[in-house]
Design a protein around this ligand. Structure first.
Ligand code: GDP
Ligand code: CA
Length: 326
């Protein structure tokens, strides 16, 4: 059995950890117990800082599944120290709104070095995963550079608006300044990374973890060919809503949804996937809303408070997929 999932950072990683926990708890004779899992990670959050290439979503998945994540924070390394960041601050080096820990820096140094030597991001990610052993095959959505930029109002800028990197909007401005537009720069020219289309087309089940529908899942689907593969795969596609009773559980996904004119509800998010979604897990109560036609909706608690809670959600997603045919 082959399970393929699309994933952003925290929401994706926590769900995937639950999924692996669930699969490993199954009796060995059940087909899903030996399932192979491929993860297609969002790379549109990637940013170059101090000359280093940082891939926050790939790293969150890799650290979470590899046992190195800062548990409470949900991103970055456990037992982190910040000596390099303190030294950079003493120099007045910018930007100071994005802090990189010492342990985390080792990842970015190695990635930058391998990219500089001519390796693709896929090759680099596979090399980093040799240490982290995430238990999944982790593929970047593309080896080409795609960067989410956010257009905000700025009275001093020409035309009264300017575009900033997604990380500056998210981390420095906490998405509190309205996004007039969210652009995935370079996406039209990007090609899916090797193995991405095959992983969707040859899967037995395709899962959409509760990742940000605009800047995580949305950008992955925007890479030419990926959305088409989601439509044409013979595998049932089951998603887990990132919106629980009108609220994003963590982070500011509501600010991203308003930027594209979509309301912050589980049903509205399902609408973004209506052309390929078969099954949709929503929080209790959210199943009363009107969901897109042809989507089988199931309600259950959707808070991933700990690994067993995430595993129970993943179990229901896999079970729902088993009842759906394309
Ligand atoms: P990011 O790249 O680190 O922002 O992470 P993702 O894009 O993978 O996921 C972020 C989204 O996960 C948030 O917008 C939330 O809506 C969702 N999320 C986080 N925790 C939970 C949870 O416990 N349950 C559900 N259903 N969604 C969650
Ligand atoms: Ca992200």
């Amino acid at each position: 059995m082959h399970i393929t999932a699309l994933a952003g950072g925290i929401g994706g990683a926590r769900f995937l950890r639950g999924l692996l926990h669930h699969l490993r708890s199954l009796p060995s004779q059940t087909p899903a117990a030996n399932a192979r899992v491929t993860v297609i990670g969002n790379t549109a959050d990637d940013v170059t800082l101090h000359g280093l290439r940082v891939c926050p979503d790939l790293d969150t998945v890799m650290y979470t599944l590899g046992g190195g994540i800062h548990e409470e924070q949900g991103w970055g390394r456990a037992a982190e120290t910040f000596t390099v960041a303190e030294e950079l601050t003493a120099h007045g080096a910018q930007p100071q709104w994005f802090t990189l820990g010492d342990r985390d820096l080792a990842t970015h140094i190695l990635r930058t070095r391998m990219l500089g030597a001519g390796m693709t991001l896929s090759g680099v990610t596979a090399a980093l995963c040799e240490r982290w052993q995430p238990g999944v095959e982790l593929l970047p959505m593309s080896d080409d550079r795609v960067e989410t930029h956010v257009v905000i109002d700025d009275p001093d800028a020409e035309g009264g608006r300017r575009a900033i990197h997604f990380q500056e909007w998210w981390v420095r401005l906490h998405a509190a300044v309205p996004a007039r537009q969210i652009l995935a720069v370079g996406i039209e020219q990007a090609k899916p990374a090797p193995g991405v289309i095959e992983a969707i087309q040859t899967a037995d089940v395709v899962l959409l973890p509760p990742s940000n529908p605009v800047v995580s899942i949305g950008t992955i689907l925007g890479v030419p060919g990926i959305r088409e593969a989601m439509r044409t795969t013979s595998a049932p596609v089951v998603g887990i809503s990132p919106i629980v009773r009108g609220a994003p559980v963590r982070g500011m996904a509501d600010a991203c949804l308003s930027a594209i004119g979509v309301s912050t509800t589980a049903a509205a998010v399902a609408g973004l996937y209506a052309d390929f979604l078969d099954g949709w897990l929503v929080a209790d109560g959210d199943d009363k809303d009107e969901h897109p036609e042809g989507v089988t909706v199931r309600a259950r608690p959707l808070l991933m408070g700990d690994v067993p809670a995430a595993a129970a959600i993943a179990a229901d997603a896999v079970d729902l997929a088993a009842t759906l045919r394309r």
